[in-house]
Design a protein around this ligand. Structure first.
Ligand SMILES: N[C@@H](CCC[C@H](N)C(=O)O)C(=O)O
Length: 314
């Protein structure tokens, strides 16, 4: 173990001693969660990396601070147009970097607010929350949460429409670079088409795949294999593994699942369904496309959220 890392992690834990936290996950995508109702905790990138370290810290793919929107400039901007968005999901990747959005995280965030007694949300109820990717509305369902993730976009629209592929991705375990399509869900994704599950298993994700051209702020990379049959009872199905920006391979990625469904539906062409089941190592999430406000197509992500433990940093 790197002695400097051990030391900096120790220093971070000292700085945060006494802070209450929970640990939760959505289909195995796991997070350290901290409630900050008075907006008084400074949890910087180094603190996040220490808390999310799987050997020296609590361990997690990312950290979520639940803070009233009024305490953050990004939150105040959202509040100005949406006074209902009382809570803000302050999300960071496990390496401490910021991301615009986290689809699994947003479900776990709302579940955490309920578990902490900070909100009351009956089944069928909707909650508006602020994120760096804008306002999101989360509905509590019978078995989890469904989130309006907003509109999707191609990152390289000209290429995507003309050729259906806009990038090449190289990863360990795959002999040749593979064609891919880059999709924004607020955060960037590059979806790589593989032919069969054997290829998905052979792909090594200990190191980041190389993407060419890489989107401006880096990208999360999803490797997908269409199910056979692709569509059953009107629902499309795909299996996915993901290498996340700022994290590494994770058990699931909600925004990645949405991007995967966008890409697969685009490749499948006319007649492809609007409802998809995305199988990830940590479980299954649902993705649906629907007509949103202003003529933009929106994406809904649904799935479970679990809190596994709570404690106090010593
Ligand atoms: N796991 C998340 C995505 C988290 C952010 C991502 N690593 C990025 O940097 O954009 C999800 O469930 O969407």
């Amino acid at each position: 173990m790197d002695a400097t890392l051990t030391e900096t992690t120790g220093t971070a834990f000292q700085a945060l001693a006494g802070l209450r936290f929970s640990k939760g996950h959505g289909t195995g995508n796991d997070f350290v969660l901290v409630a900050d109702p008075e907006g008084e905790h400074t949890i910087d990138a180094g603190h996040v990396a220490a808390l999310c370290n799987r050997h020296l810290g609590i361990g997690g793919d990312g950290l979520i601070r639940a803070v009233p929107s009024r305490f953050l400039p990004e939150g105040r901007e959202i509040l100005a147009a949406n006074p209902d968005a009382e809570w803000f999901m302050d999300y960071r990747n496990g390496d401490g970097s910021l991301s615009e959005m986290c689809g699994n995280g947003v479900r776990v965030f709302v579940h955490f607010l309920r578990a902490e007694g900070l909100i009351d949300l009956p089944v069928g109820g909707a909650l508006a929350i602020g994120t760096r990717g804008g306002l999101k509305t989360v509905v509590r369902t019978a078995d989890g949460y469904a989130v309006d993730m907003g509109p999707w976009e191609f990152i390289f629209p000209g290429e995507a429409t003309a050729k259906a592929m806009d990038s090449l991705v190289t990863a360990e375990g795959l002999e040749v670079p593979r064609p891919a399509l880059s999709v924004s869900m607020g955060n960037p994704h590059t979806v790589v088409a593989l032919a069969e599950l054997g290829e998905l298993e052979a792909t090594r994700l200990y190191t980041a795949p190389a993407v060419e051209p890489v989107p401006a702020n880096g990208t999360n990379v999803e490797f997908v294999v269409p199910s056979e049959p692709l569509v059953l009872d009107g629902i499309g199905s795909v299996t996915m593994r993901v290498h996340e920006r700022g994290v590494g391979e994770t058990q699931s990625c909600g925004t990645g699942a949405c991007a995967a469904a966008v890409a697969i539906r685009h490749w499948a062409g006319a007649g492809a369904p609007d409802a998809w089941r995305v199988n990830v190592p940590g479980g299954v999430v649902g993705v649906k496309f629907f007509a949103g406000p202003g003529g933009h197509e929106h994406v809904e992500l649904s799935g479970p959220a679990v809190i596994v433990a709570s404690g106090t940093l010593s």
